[in-house]
Design a binder for this molecule. Structure first.
Ligand code: CA
Length: 518
């Protein structure tokens, strides 16, 4: 009897061990402001850059073509990833005055209690200290590109070198040192390619002074759209600073690094000043400088993603690890004359999402369903076999990764942006997005108007058809759907943040306007 009992216990341990080894690890590589147009797997017609390592994730996994964010701005997007909730539910509305409540339930905490080891390295941007991580090493605030100071489990440390390499080095070091008996979640959060788009010094001149193809809408005049689009402050033409354009040097470089920097930029800046381009030629020069710098940052993001993938291969971890690549939102690479994000419009609303899950996801597959970073927490929890709290507002897309979209998968998506007045002056708005349409409301009293876009007929979103008789039925349906979503998601009305902004106007409003939010 005793022997039998011992056998049963031993068999139980073996079974538990087998189940344990099957629970997948999760490597989540998350960049800041990475436009899908700048990943070659997304086949942008401009062919801005080759990203062989990110493409590898798509080739060996699934590319999502409509991954939408609920609030296209850095901190709120990160809070959504942590909580699986909209900004109004996790109470992180904007970069200006929100502070993440780390006592709330988060995906890393739930994975931790399910027996996962958890780590976050790099960009955090949620103001309060991270919770739910066995190891965290984050950039203070936005962080810097060169020789970045970081905070390791509460202690300030300093690194030499380039931030994307530092973050990847630290991620790999943690993977090497981790407790190998447990599955893990690693959140590798790049600062790049956030403004001011400063490339690794070795990548200056990576494009051989190439002339970049321009987006069709580089000289958009915003006709066909309302006051908010006319009054934004995010154009390449008017908003870009000397620092953005590398006409001045960043402060954190060592004398040796500065020499390399100057070697690339000085002669080109001199030629620019001498040529003194005007009007559209000046915008074109700025656009090309912007592309060199932004894509230079992407080059390093791609190479370092490749280093992480290679580590997983070499360590024998690749087969049992889900690799996810995404960004906290989309970004404008000159479309509508813009850089930055914030809008419900495509380039800002859509983030890249590539997922490799060996044995589960068919290599090279493409998904066009409406998914969101709101679903990441739920997806990771289901993959780990951990329960998903009912209060989370997204939905696990594990079935989609298996190639089986449920019949009742979402056909519409709610969006809400709050950060106004603030840097880039994008008015508050909310709206509903479907595969074909967008209904948008700019609701602040000074704006107070609606727009409706038909993406099939107007993929660049240049002409609102709101109020047009041809669209009366569509408009009515979307209005009903918007009301339904706002009620289902319990969106407070009026927007509670509005009172805070009003109180801060004149003082907070202006000061916040100087911050470069991301
Ligand atoms: Ca961002």
């Amino acid at each position: 009897m005793k022997q039998l009992l011992a056998f049963i216990i031993a068999a139980g341990c073996v079974l538990a061990g087998a189940a344990e080894s099957k629970r997948p690890n999760i490597v989540f590589i998350f960049s800041d402001d990475h436009a899908y147009q700048a990943i070659s797997a997304y086949n942008d017609p401009r062919q801005l850059i080759q990203t062989p390592n990110l493409d590898r994730i798509a080739r060996e996994g699934m590319r999502f073509d409509r991954c939408l964010v609920p609030n296209s701005i850095c901190g709120p997007s990160r809070a959504t990833v942590m909580t699986g909730k909209y900004s109004h539910a996790n109470r992180f509305y904007n970069n200006g005055n929100s502070r993440f409540d780390g006592s709330q339930t988060t995906m890393p905490k739930l994975l931790q209690s399910a027996g996962y080891q958890t780590a976050i390295v790099g960009k955090w941007h949620l103001v309060s200290d991270p919770t739910g991580f066995d190891y965290w090493e984050i950039l203070p605030g936005q962080g810097v590109y060169y020789n970045p100071p970081m905070i390791r489990n509460g202690e300030r440390v300093k690194h030499d070198g380039y931030v994307t390499e530092n973050i990847t080095d630290l991620s790999i070091e943690w993977l090497k040192k981790r407790d190998k008996s447990k599955p893990f979640l690693l959140m590798c959060h790049n600062k790049a390619p956030h403004r001011e788009w400063e490339p690794n010094l070795k990548d200056l001149g990576h494009d051989g002074d190439r002339k970049y193809a321009e987006p069709e809408t580089l000289f958009d005049d915003y006709a066909g759209r309302g006051k908010a689009e006319h009054e934004q402050d995010m154009t390449i033409e008017k908003t870009m600073t000397e620092r953005d354009l590398k006409l001045v040097t960043p402060g954190q470089l060592t004398p040796e690094q500065l020499k390399v920097w100057n070697q690339y930029y000085e002669s080109r800046n001199e030629a620019f000043r001498k040529a003194n381009p005007q009007c559209r030629d000046l915008v074109r020069w700025k656009y090309n400088r912007y592309m060199h710098d932004y894509l230079g940052c992407i080059k390093s993001v791609d190479e370092n993603a490749g280093r992480l993938l290679k580590f997983l291969d070499d360590a024998g971890l690749a087969e049992n690890t889900i690799v996810v690549y995404s960004s906290d939102q989309g970004f404008y690479l000159g479309e509508h004359g813009w850089f930055d994000k914030r809008w419900i419009f495509e380039e800002s609303l859509r983030s890249p999402l590539l997922v490799r899950w060996p044995g589960v996801t068919t290599p090279g597959s493409v998904n066009k369903d409406l998914v969101s970073n709101l679903d990441f927490a739920e997806t990771f929890l289901e993959a780990a076999g951990a329960p998903i709290p009912a209060e989370m507002q997204g939905r696990s897309f594990v079935p989609l990764l298996k190639g089986q979209t449920p019949g009742d998968w979402r056909k519409s998506f709610y969006y809400h942006y709050y950060e106004h007045p603030a840097v880039h002056s994008v008015a508050r708005h909310y709206g509903v997005v479907t595969n074909r349409y967008k209904l948008v409301r700019f609701y602040e009293p000074a704006f107070n108007y609606w727009e409706l876009f038909d993406l099939q007929k107007d993929p660049r979103e240049l002409r609102s058809v709101y109020g047009q008789p041809d669209y009366a039925d569509v408009q009515k349906q979307l209005e009903t759907e918007l009301t339904r979503l706002r009620s289902e998601l319990k969106v407070p009305d009026p927007d509670p943040e509005e009172t805070i902004i009003k109180r801060g106007a004149g003082k907070g409003g202006k000061a916040r306007g100087k911050k470069k939010g991301g």
